[in-house]
Design a protein around this ligand. Structure first.
Ligand code: NI
Length: 383
């Protein structure tokens, strides 16, 4: 990549980093993307599935088509990097590198726009609301695949801990499926010194948390992968009162639909059983479901070969992660692959979703090149 483009992309990435927007509020980010597309002379449509933007690059007479997707949203995290371009929106931070993903896709657009060696149509999909807010589904519901036809789809996530700029391509599962767990235990309040008058949701909460751990230990086949984590517990306002209600929030992760079903049934059984035992009422809501992100074999090979052909280092030996990614919804509709691009070494406190995380600008050329290379090869080979 030419040094001038690297410099431009770095400037764009730092601008986005300094101006993060929460999921479904990415109006200025989308406007920034549209302005850059205008400068590049690439036609686009904004407002696809909310703040989504879809740009279209066409060259030659081929009717082959391919989609490249990036996410645009930030997280409700207070940044602690101390960088000169740190977030100017207190409590909002690009702590997952979606600023880098958006910039990389603009970089791929710039590379493809300047490259006469390909033939067909490339769709550039800038997606809102990836962080658990249904952005991919919203774009699909708004007809992104019908209005902007594409035969295959590719995207990437930066990966701290993997050598900077190295491309990792999985055959099959890349990231886990997930669902949010919301549990409300309804009891009866009392004076803390008269617990016999209560139906104590706090004691029930303790039992529920411990019992939920038995699902992965005793219900899921040990050769399968699953996670049940309760990350938030809320109850009470006074130390000398038994409160009326307690709430638990968490997440469950899985790779296969059969395990998702087992987790769903087991969470209901365990929580309802404990609630009945402890004399409280349980409300269980398992929501925001994301399927596992699974690469199709042919497209994984295609993306890996394209990256290697473009001179990038490629690894095919990495295990999948239990994080989730809503690009999985695109992969249920079209063959494709979700790549990882190494973000370089990770220290304690600098991983994804962390206040000291930062996207590594040095990987922008590799990421943009890998996306552009996958698109070109997909158009060349056909489905
Ligand atoms: Ni992310």
């Amino acid at each position: 990549m030419e040094p001038k483009l690297v410099e431009t992309l770095t400037g764009w990435r730092r601008h986005l980093h300094a101006h993060p927007e929460l999921s479904l509020q990415e109006r200025n980010t989308a406007a920034f993307v549209c302005d850059r597309l205008k400068e590049l002379g690439i036609p686009f449509e904004a407002g696809v599935g909310g703040n989504g933007v879809v740009a279209t690059l066409t060259r030659g007479a081929s009717n082959r088509s391919v989609g490249l997707r990036a996410d645009m949203d930030a997280l409700p995290i207070l940044e602690a990097t101390g960088l000169p371009y740190a977030s100017s929106h207190s409590g909002v931070m690009h702590a997952c590198g979606h600023d880098g993903h958006t910039t990389s896709l603009l970089g791929a657009a710039a590379l493809l726009a300047a490259d006469p060696s390909w033939n067909g149509t490339v769709r550039l999909i800038f997606q809102p609301g990836e962080e658990g807010y249904g952005g991919a589904e919203a774009m699909l519901k708004d007809g992104v695949l019908e209005r902007f036809p594409m035969e295959r789809v590719f995207a990437y996530h930066n990966w701290p801990g993997l050598e900077a700029g190295t491309i990792a391509v999985h055959d099959g599962p890349v990231m886990a499926g997930g669902m949010r767990i919301h549990i409300v235990l309804d009891g009866r309040a009392s004076h803390a010194g008269m617990p016999h008058l209560s139906h104590d949701p706090v004691v029930a909460t303790g039992h529920v948390i411990v019992a939920l751990q038995s699902i992965v230990a005793r219900n899921v086949d040990p050769l399968e992968s699953a996670v049940v984590t309760i990350g938030m517990v809320q109850a009470g306002t006074a130390p000398n009162q038994v409160p009326a209600q307690a709430a638990l929030h968490g997440t469950a992760r899985f790779f296969r639909p059969a395990v998702e079903k087992l987790l769903d049934e087991s969470i209901h059984r365990v929580v309802e059983g404990i609630a009945a035992t402890m004399g409280v009422k349980a409300e269980i809501d398992l929501s925001d479901r994301v399927p596992a992100t699974v690469n199709t074999s042919a497209e994984a090979t295609l993306a890996a070969e394209a990256a290697a052909e473009a001179g990038l280092t490629v690894r095919r030996d990495l295990a999948p992660a239990m994080t989730s990614e809503d690009f999985s919804h695109f992969l249920l509709k079209r063959p494709g692959a979700f790549l990882w691009v190494g973000n370089g070494p990770v220290e304690s406190g600098t991983g994804l979703h962390n206040p000291r995380y930062n996207f590594n600008d040095a990987i922008l050329p590799s990421a943009a090149t890998a996306l552009a290379a996958a698109a070109k090869r997909a158009l060349r080979e056909g489905v």
